[in-house]
Write a protein that binds this ligand. Structure first.
Ligand code: SF4
Length: 454
């Protein structure tokens, strides 16, 4: 995989594999898909297509495809700008325009990008949306974000209100409430804006594709129960979740991507191999971790390296479930299309209560035979970060495994201090080692939370 190969892209734009980065073939295929979506957005106006924007958790991709929208996902745009080192300036532009330092940096990166004109992360045109579809799944910022865009650019908005899972379960009345909004408000609005009539059989067909991809994704994520784990369930999983969490769930391309990925991962299990990292196959697996919280994108590779250089693999993460908790059994159901869209939104990780999140993490620690929990607390993401210290203490108490806490940010390069994070991680790995040899259970949290920013 070291040789540069020109991969024919579906949009005719070849992607070169650089010589110094190692990726599985499926990772390259994933990149192709993401680029393809940016090209669809870039050519939307020329092709007379309307453009939608919607968030990853609770996204109704199959439904949007029924109306031929080109589909933009603002968080994905922000993280792509972060990985390309473009988000710092965008965030500062948004702050100069009046946004506070505490506002979610995805929001500021998005606003800063839009202030710079209709240009997306790839440098291709990114038209302003014709419709903002807000599936409200637990994060209040989602609502304020689209309010700001609507206010600034006058985009039409439609909101799907999804009740919070305060009691940790989905009741029939919660589901019916969401279905009613889909029928009475969301679908009529999408019909009017797009000029396309809704066809429920088209929705069913997309959902049949979704199920295939969901089955294969779960198989891949659960392969981390093997020793060694053939995947990294956080850094590597970011590539695996890309197509299904964005504009491709429900397409034959996504089904094909997950079929190829599953084959590659099964082969790694058969050969007893660990994950592929940017520097090649990971060496000996020494630590198995569960991670809670989104990654840092501006220093993504440096951050990952701090783990694989120490032999630490993330066997499962909550972030890899942010666009759907499929490993707990949910599948889109073509026989009950609107009901299953409602259940999908209700079941999103961001829509779960703190006790629900603690249960999920404890289950992962047990099922994946993990050594402990690492929380990457994101400075500007209140939705994830609020209550994480409580999660840490409760998970330690219930599992007896050591937990640790680091702090970074999503796409603000000012809040990633490599030396600080590395130092804390190394201490944490030492602590796991000591606890293994001494046989001690958990005591106090491994670190008091100190901002990683210097
Ligand atoms: S606060 Fe967190 S969950 Fe909410 S939009 Fe920002 S990154 Fe996403």
């Amino acid at each position: 995989m070291n040789t540069p190969i020109a991969m024919p892209s579906p949009i005719g734009k070849p992607t070169q594999k650089p010589q110094n980065v190692q990726k599985e073939d499926a990772m390259w295929l994933q990149k192709e898909l993401i680029n393809k979506n940016y090209m669809e957005l870039a050519t939307a106006r020329a092709n007379n297509r309307k453009v939608s924007a919607t968030f990853v958790p609770g996204n109704l991709n199959e439904l949007l495809m029924c109306f031929d929208f080109a589909r933009s996902l603002p968080e994905t745009n922000a993280l792509q700008n972060g990985m390309r080192k473009k988000s710092g300036k965008m965030i500062m532009d948004a702050e100069r325009d009046g946004q506070s330092e505490d506002v979610c940096t995805y929001v500021k990166a998005d606003l800063g990008m839009m202030m710079g004109g209709e240009v997306g992360p790839t440098g291709d045109p990114l038209p302003r949306p014709d419709i903002l579809l807000l599936s409200y799944t637990g994060c209040f910022t989602f609502m304020k974000w689209f309010e700001l865009i609507r206010h600034k650019y006058g985009c039409e908005t439609v909101m799907l209100h999804v009740p919070y899972q305060a009691d940790g379960k989905i009741t029939p009345s919660m589901r019916d409430y969401v279905v009613k909004q889909l029928k009475d408000t969301v679908i009529p609005t999408l019909e009017r804006v797009s000029g396309v009539k809704f066809d429920i059989d088209r929705l069913r067909q997309y959902m049949r594709e979704s199920v295939k991809a969901e089955e294969d994704l779960v198989h891949v994520l659960q392969s981390a129960k093997n020793r060694p784990s053939p995947i990294d369930g956080y850094f590597g999983a970011v590539y695996y979740i890309g197509p299904i969490f964005t504009a491709f769930r429900g397409t034959p391309q996504a089904s094909e991507y997950y079929r190829v990925l599953r084959g590659e991962i099964d082969e790694r299990v058969r050969l007893g191999k660990g994950p592929v990292t940017p520097d090649g196959d990971m060496g000996e697996e020494k630590y198995r971790l569960i991670v809670e919280g989104p990654p840092n994108w501006t220093s993504f590779r440096d951050f990952w390296k701090m783990f694989y250089e120490e032999g630490a693999v993330v066997v499962s993460s909550t972030y890899a479930k942010v666009g759907g908790l499929y490993d707990f059994g949910f599948r889109h159901d073509p026989e009950r299309p609107l009901e299953s869209l409602a259940e999908y939104c209700l079941g999103c990780y961001t829509n779960h209560s703190l006790p629900g999140r603690i249960d999920i993490i404890c289950k992962y620690i047990e099922e994946y035979s993990a050594d402990g929990l690492l929380i990457n607390s994101i400075k500007s993401c209140n939705s994830f970060s609020a209550g994480q210290l409580l999660i840490l203490r409760e998970v330690e108490r219930r599992t007896g495994k050591p937990a640790a806490f680091i702090e970074t940010d999503l796409v603000d390069p000012r809040y990633f201090s490599a030396a600080n994070v590395k130092n804390r991680l190394e201490s944490y790995f030492q602590m796991i080692k000591q606890k293994r040899t001494s046989g001690l259970g958990a005591a106090a949290p491994a670190f008091i939370p100190i901002a990683a920013a210097s």
